[in-house]
Design a protein around this ligand. Structure first.
Ligand code: SF4
Length: 149
């Protein structure tokens, strides 16, 4: 966090501050994100204000029209919700409390569950549609939104 960041405002809405690779970070999913917008936009951390995803950069460079970028975001959001709902339903049925878990935590827990099955290969085949959607989401995020490192 930057010294000028309003940490109290962030904590008041449940935003959890942490460090990742020795850099300040926000525990994801961020408590200030309501599914489509930042609810503390005026007080968002400096880090958030500086971040631009690959799609935004392409839009700024004139490589993608606003309508096409919005359509891509809408399709990806729909896929994200489908994947989250599917994985949460699967894990919830197995007795896991997963509300508020990040995608990384959900994927890790799902992987552990499938590996722990009597027949892990059969378990993955039984859940192949869910796994296919999860792979499609990961691929789309990597291709259209992540910045090259
Ligand atoms: S911009 Fe995103 S990550 Fe940053 S505080 Fe808002 S919702 Fe959270």
């Amino acid at each position: 966090m930057a010294a000028s960041d309003n940490v109290a405002a962030l904590r008041s809405v449940g935003v959890t501050l942490t460090t990742k690779d020795e850099h300040p970070a926000i525990t994801q999913p961020c408590a200030a994100f309501d599914g489509s917008v930042c609810t503390v936009y005026a007080d968002r951390p400096t880090l958030c204000g500086l971040f631009t995803c690959a799609l935004y950069r392409r839009h700024e460079a004139g490589e993608i029209e606003t309508a096409d970028a919005k359509a891509l975001i809408a399709k990806t959001t729909e896929l994200r919700d489908r994947v989250r709902s599917s994985i949460e339903g699967h894990l919830g049925a197995m007795g896991h409390e997963v509300h508020g878990a990040s995608f990384g935590e959900l994927y890790e827990l799902l992987d552990e569950e499938l590996d722990a099955a009597t027949d892990p290969v059969a378990a993955r085949e039984e859940n192949s549609l869910m796994l296919m959607y999860a792979a499609a989401l990961a691929s789309r995020l990597r291709r259209d939104f992540r910045n090259p490192t």
